[in-house]
Design a protein around this ligand. Structure first.
Ligand SMILES: Nc1ncnc2c1ncn2[C@@H]1O[C@H](COP(=O)(O)OP(=O)(O)OP(=O)(O)O)[C@@H](O)[C@H]1O
Ligand SMILES: [Mg+2]
Length: 602
């Protein structure tokens, strides 16, 4: 076994990561609004907790109840609260004089400090002012699971209502458009996520019988032409994609009994609305066919697509869209009514109602602004426009300003932390555009005319040097170097743009307590003969489990941080040192089984 070597030669290096001066600003610049922008594991949440303690300790934020620290998931909120408690107690032990008094008071009022998710924060605002917010006094906050069940119930009620009531006409119209009610359920479940989507006026569209007739005649003519040519086309089309279409489409068309029925016609047209690629040499292999045929047939395909398929499909999609939206809006009414009846507010309700409460009631906003003098937000990359609105309305110097994008924050009221590269809720409209808008507002300046501070942290405390080098190499933008443009598109650009944050290389911040043998990247290769996905996964899982088992049995050492060493953790690897990351959860059970087989707790 390797001897435990302490590498604390640099003395105070625990407090001296390479970007230390930037980190100090978090604790010292308390009168300025701050945006901390940094990658994973660089100490953003740690910085936020330090800021909270600095605000309380210095007396800039005299009462714990005046501070709101929010984040986006319950797990993150629980972790933030736990870290704050531990650090507050620790800071108090080391404090003297006025700082000590301030921190003692903070500790005695600690439970009044609002640390939670943005949703629980909004719920708090609504509970304090239910009358102005227009919510019931005893409303229930429902989580995503309860909300999903409510949507299920609303959809059932809505469908049953349609079938029982007046809606025969609506249902037969739906049928005529080739749609079935149950097919729309998943659209409804998704649609319900966007309560602020309004009906979009569309010009009235009708599908005229003559138009259907005309398109059907054109289609039948073209299909007949394909069928005729199909005999002469070569067996093997190589990379040509038009030949297979010519062979397949006449067969497909023969299964439709009436191409004059719009839904049948449109299904066929869908098949012709695609790009094709011709390979002239393949056509030359056919009977009496040459390059000329290849070109003219491609032109015919494209003409048909542009002149017949696309315009008809467009009209058809508009008709379907109109119908689908009509139904979704009706279903949403049922869902809204159900929530109202039960006094249930989902996550979106909480945000929307809190934003409206602040936007529309200057006196309420003034009250909350004096109540919450300091707002700190973690994981801000996951914000969406309504969340951003709540935060900025609260921080605004002018309680009458209704447009959050025009709000000018009060000095020192905002501390926002985010990593735009970790934005994971894009599907919920949280995107880097909102993040950048807020960033601009903060940096532009506060109501005292002072610009906001952008603090970038680059030292990473989680990863060891070889991992950092690998990450930097893999994500480095492919600029002047001769790397293919495909790869560079998947990377972060050298300069930030609207859609993407820029590449920032990581530096090592982790302070090693003792070195270890197992450190770096070791590719485990799956031999080519494991062609099927199942066999490859099985092999890979076995290899991983066996590698871990061997490392444990041999007492292989891993590098430990100084703190780990101080906490008495030895250098030998234990099962918690290993992490298995997979692309998705599909095969997790295989990895778990292999770990069990090798007696590795997980
Ligand atoms: N100044 C520091 N010196 C030493 N270790 C630190 C420092 N700041 C943070 N750490 C350690 O680095 C690790 C990551 O910190 P933290 O969770 O604050 O990072 P983060 O940027 O918020 O990460 P994420 O992006 O995952 O939210 C923690 O174990 C923390 O204790
Ligand atoms: Mg964090």
């Amino acid at each position: 076994m390797r001897k435990l070597e302490m590498t604390n030669k640099r003395g105070a290096s625990a407090a001296s990561p390479p970007d230390r001066t930037h980190r100090d600003l978090i604790r010292n610049e308390l009168d300025r609004n701050v945006l901390v922008e940094a990658a994973a594991g660089t100490g953003k949440t740690t910085g936020m907790v330090e800021r909270m303690l600095a605000l309380l300790g210095s007396g800039k934020c005299p009462r714990a109840r005046s501070m709101a620290a929010v984040t986006f998931t319950r797990k993150a909120a629980a972790e933030l609260r736990a870290r704050f408690q531990v650090e507050l107690e620790k800071a108090l032990r080391e404090a003297t004089g006025e700082r000590r008094q301030n921190l003692e008071r903070a500790l005695s009022e600690e439970e009044q400090c609002l640390i939670g998710t943005i949703h629980s924060f909004c719920a708090r605002l609504l509970r304090e002012r239910p009358v102005e917010a227009g919510v019931g006094l005893d409303f229930e906050e429902i989580d995503e699971e309860a909300d999903r069940r409510l949507r299920d119930e609303a959809w059932e009620l809505f469908s049953a209502g349609l079938i029982l009531d007046d809606a025969h006409e609506l249902l037969s119209e739906l049928h005529r458009l080739g749609l079935r009610l149950p097919d729309l359920k998943s659209a409804f479940m998704r649609f319900a996520d966007f309560p602020d989507v309004q009906e979009w006026p569309l010009p009235p569209t009708e599908l005229q019988p003559e138009q259907v007739e005309k398109a059907a005649v054109e289609l039948e003519g073209y299909i007949a032409h394909m069928a005729e040519l199909a005999h002469d086309l070569p067996e093997d089309p190589g990379n040509d994609t038009l030949i297979p279409q010519y062979k397949r489409l006449p067969r497909v068309a023969s299964h439709y009994d009436d191409l004059r029925r719009p839904e049948q016609l449109m299904e066929m047209l869908e098949l012709l609305d695609s790009n094709v690629h011709i390979v002239q040499k393949e056509w030359k292999k056919g009977h009496h066919l040459g390059a000329e045929n290849a070109r003219s047939e491609k032109a015919r395909w494209e003409r048909f697509r542009e002149e017949v398929a696309k315009p008809n499909l467009r009209l058809w999609r508009e008709l379907r869209y109109r119908m689908v939206m009509r139904l979704l809006f009706r279903a949403r009414k049922v869902y809204d009514e159900l929530r109202r009846e039960r006094g249930a507010l989902n996550f979106q309700d909480l945000l929307i109602k809190a934003a409206a409460l602040l936007r529309e009631n200057p006196s309420v906003r003034r009250y909350f602004q004096s109540r919450f003098s300091h707002l700190l937000v973690d994981e801000f990359q996951d914000t969406d426009p309504i969340q951003a609105e709540v935060i900025l309305l609260l921080a605004s110097s002018d309680p009458r300003e209704k447009e959050w994008r025009n709000c000018v924050p009060r000095p020192g009221s905002l501390f926002v932390v985010g990593d735009p590269k970790q934005s994971i809720y894009r599907f919920r409209r949280a995107d880097i555009v909102t993040y950048n808008e807020v960033k601009e507002i903060i940096l532009h300046g506060d109501s005292a005319g002072k610009e906001g501070l952008l603090i970038k942290l680059t030292a990473n405390f989680r990863a060891t040097q070889p991992v950092i080098e690998w990450v930097n190499r893999v994500f480095r933008p492919a600029d002047s170097e001769s790397e293919d443009s495909q790869a560079s598109m998947l990377r972060f650009p050298a300069r930030a743009c609207q859609e993407s944050p820029s590449y920032v290389p990581l530096l090592k911040g982790r302070e090693e307590g003792c070195p270890g043998e197992l450190c770096g990247l070791y590719p485990l290769l799956v031999p080519e003969e494991y062609q099927s996905k199942e066999s490859a996964v099985e092999y890979e899982a076995e290899l991983i489990a066996r590698t871990i088992r061997r490392a444990l049995d041999l007492g292989v050492t891993v590098p430990r941080t100084r703190r780990q060493v101080e906490e008495g953790r030895g250098p030998e690897a234990d099962p918690s040192d290993f992490m298995i990351i997979t692309r998705n959860t599909t095969n997790l059970s295989v990895y778990a089984r292999k770990l069990r087989e090798h007696d590795i707790p997980h």
